[in-house]
Design a protein around this ligand. Structure first.
Ligand code: CAO
Length: 422
């Protein structure tokens, strides 16, 4: 039995943030019914398409282990079906623009009336406040949540990061909110609203930067490279380049082959506890005793000199050799791994973190499986549904409509024509 078996999710999500959340719940065993507009579906089905007429990787990689039902929730008969879904499901998840569900005629109050045990979970760009009505996408959230202002180099533009901390990050937050609400419902018998705002999720992930904002009031941030470079601190937490966010200075350094390989680099942390070992491997044993280098405070104004010396050594090794030499010595390093390298990494295939999936219209593709492993609830990745693939099945098996009623709903345009197999 899977951890969330028996939990039925009414999945009204689209694009990335909401689908990330419901995909995780599906991997943990929930029955996720993805409701999509007939004939149209989630917009990402057609975005960044690489194979003609096949669902895009954008869609397939965010919607595994779900069933698809096409339903026009603005049509009167469609609303009746939607009401039955609300009665039947435990959780409704949505990430529409603010007010969209109210405009369909389904406010939180009316949903509670239909099903008091319903957990109604939303991703929005912003929480209540001046921007609550705004539509928000990933990079907007990265900017509004503090990530962009603290990413990049001190003398360069703010930067967004490739990790989708606004969309997928908020989806993760929402999933935790949902399982927490399910747990509370065990005691209270009631559902509740769960809101994860993208700005809040990004800010939560940027917690250490708000820490630094407050530390600035008490003097310069000595672990930032700009301290040693004599660049004065302004009033806001600056961009820290590749400096480590903790108290142990770190940087990205060139490795053998960097001239032609964009990813021939390693992250290297000069952790205080292993400083003497670092001095030995880079051929600077004299730094172990030198008062300018022997202690962490002495090194802070000289980080450029320290890392230049370490880089002279890392440039003689591949990033994997750096890892092999440093790991046994407990020196924290990490190779800069490309997507190509990750997709070919055997250990990630073995753990199910990278999975190959077969899809009827696009063939084989790679995806990221469930990154959270439960010992008693293993996740198998199954392909994303075709648009409306399970419409008839869900209407009959879950909602109890007869075959004639399903045909009537199809003819009326309340549900889609896509799945004509049942
Ligand atoms: N039947 C009938 N109508 C449907 C439907 C269905 N099954 N599913 C959706 N619709 C309608 C909605 O009701 C809405 O109609 P109204 O505008 O009349 O209310 C319409 O489709 C479009 O919904 P939307 O406004 O959410 O979509 P959009 O493409 O304009 O905006 C987005 C997309 C992501 C900016 C917006 O949904 C949003 O801000 N969401 C919250 C934040 C979020 O999750 N952002 C991350 C997205 S991933 O980068």
């Amino acid at each position: 039995m899977k951890a969330l078996e028996g939990v039925r999710i009414l999945d009204m999500t689209h694009v990335q943030s909401g689908p990330t959340c419901t995909q995780l719940l599906a991997w943990f065993g929930a029955d996720v019914i993805k409701v999509e507009r007939p004939g149209v579906g989630d917009a990402t089905r057609g975005q960044l398409r690489d194979v003609p007429d096949a669902d895009s990787l954008y869609f397939t990689m965010l919607n595994h282990n779900k069933r698809s039902l096409t339903l026009n929730t603005k049509d009167e008969k469609g609303k009746q079906v939607f009401t039955r879904l609300i009665e039947t499901c435990d959780v409704m998840v949505e990430n529409f623009a603010p007010g969209a569900l109210d405009r369909m005629g389904f406010s939180w109050e009316s949903i509670q009336e239909i099903n008091p045990r319903m957990i109604y979970a939303s991703v929005k760009g912003f929480g209540p406040g001046p921007y609550s009505e705004c539509k928000v996408y990933e990079n907007v959230a990265q900017c509004a949540g503090g990530a962009a202002s603290t990413t990049g180099f001190v003398d360069g533009l703010p930067l967004v990061t490739g990790a989708q901390i606004g969309d997928s990050g908020t989806g993760l937050h929402l999933a935790l909110g949902i399982v927490t609400a399910l747990y509370q419902r065990e005691h209270s018998g009631r559902g509740q609203r769960v809101l994860a705002a993208m700005q809040d999720g990004v800010l939560n992930l940027c917690r250490v930067k708000l820490r630094d904002q407050q530390r600035l009031a008490h003097g310069p941030l000595k672990e930032y490279s700009q301290y040693g470079e004599g660049i004065p601190f302004a009033q806001a937490t600056p961009r820290a380049g590749n400096d480590s966010g903790g108290g142990q200075p770190g940087r990205i350094l060139k490795c053998k082959g960097w001239e032609s390989d964009a990813n021939a680099y390693t992250y290297f942390i000069t952790q205080a506890a292993v400083w003497e070992k670092i001095c030995d491997i880079i051929g600077r044993p004299e730094w172990r005793e030198d008062p300018d280098f022997a202690t962490p405070p002495a090194r802070l104004p000289r980080l450029n000199e320290v890392f230049e010396a370490i880089e002279q050594w890392t440039m003689t090794k591949t990033k994997y050799e750096v890892m092999q030499i440093c790991n046994p010595l407990d020196i924290p390093v990490g190779p800069i791994l490309s997507m190509q390298e990750l997709s070919e990494e055997p250990s990630l295939r073995e753990t199910g973190t990278i999975v190959e999936v077969e899809h009827p219209t696009r063939g084989k593709y790679l995806t990221v499986g469930n990154p959270v492993k439960l010992s008693d609830s293993p996740s198998e990745v199954s392909r994303s549904p075709l648009l409306g693939e399970h419409t008839g099945q869900i209407l009959q098996e879950v909602l109890g409509y007869s075959a004639e009623e399903v045909s009537e709903l199809r003819e009326a345009g309340a549900v889609g024509q896509e799945d004509c197999t049942s």
